[in-house]
Design a protein around this ligand. Sequence first.
Ligand code: NAD
Length: 422
Amino acid sequence: MLDTKKDKIKPLDVALRQVDIASEKLKLDPGLLEKTKQTKRELTVHFPVKMDDGSIKVFTGYRVQHNVTRGPAKGGIRYHPSVDLDEVRALAMWMTWKAAVVNIPFGGAKGGVQCDPKSMSLRELENLTRRFTWEIAIMIGPDQDIPAPDVNTNPQVMAWIMDTYSTLKGYSVHGVVTGKPLELGGSAGRFEATGKGVFITAREAARHLNIQLEGARVAVQGCGNVGGIAAQYFVKAGAKVIAISDSKGGIYNKNGLNVSEVLDCKKKYSCLITKESRGGDEFTNEELLELDCDILVPCALENQITHKNASKIKAKVIVEGANGPTTTEADEIIYDQGIFVVPDILANAGGVTVSYFEWVQNLQELLWSEEEISERLTRILTRSFAEVLNISQKEKVNMRTAALVLGIGRVAEATRLRGIYP
Ligand code: NAD
């Protein structure tokens, strides 16, 4: 039984509880349910890295493939002090459901290294990335498992992974990672894809709920790749981003922030709250989540909306840019309050969708334009939103359970069709 009342909520417990809730609707065979909950392959590596001061430091990293029934495993690599095996397992499982929700032929995976990248030099990060790639090279590859960026990793890190893997193989293997720089086979639109997808699904939710995006008050937690880009799309659509934050805190203006100025400031000082960040007041992440706004967009880490703060949330819509920002217990409270949630496995699926486009282009040596990518992404996400909404209305369940029913149902059907070997 999940006890989210404990201070430490494990994302894996949340992910497993979600599977239980969806499988009741799907009436899954108990054996199939057990398979669905288990990861397929897990690799833990302890590896040495040469640091700038001449010392050698040993890091721990993970690569987990949750399910490969529908295609090669796919999922990001995270660098963060709190990375552990259970977190990576949960994130890998969410990747499986996400790829199935948007119906792209990938399974789910995730990786990570327990480290504090903010305290490391660029050279140390490169050394760590190259050695970690070498350690997990037995698991990854364009037909097997394709990493991508996640928290604290970026196109440069993907370039190092691609180069190290290619050096091992003896030829360039562009398709081994996605989210690469454009010069190395990256796709137009990949950098923006997750944040843009968050905006597209928010727009669909607003349309469904008759909320005007023009003038809507939006609060964004986290201003990295996902949150920073989503915020800019909301501004372009005429919404007012009234609050935005990073790990150290946030900035608030009830009349709307100048988002590009705020993000420039963050780039320059690695912090939102500086003397230069005029136009807004200092604000905590806790205050941001409980802010009176129309759309709340959590784009940081797991377990931000829990039983402790769920009843204080005033937003009409929550669009989950982050993976696992809401616990199962909080889900129930939010649903009872009539708040509409676009769940992570739908809201942030823009990233894996354009990663799929990048992989397809790499394998076939194609080059699609930004317009083509944008048009395909919008089509897939609006169709997926409509499918999830349809299940939610037909089955009278919240949007998260509807998305899980769609995703897990597709994986279960693929498993049934393939059969169990031998
Ligand atoms: P990022 O490293 O670019 O940015 C993370 C942001 O969150 C930073 O602004 C950081 O300061 C902030 N943050 C970290 N801890 C915080 C805290 N405790 N409170 C408030 N803010 C905090 O990472 P990202 O790629 O934007 O990923 C953010 C989330 O989106 C993660 O959950 C990730 O798994 C998910 N996601 C990312 C992608 C992608 O393509 N990058 C795709 C799907 C999902």
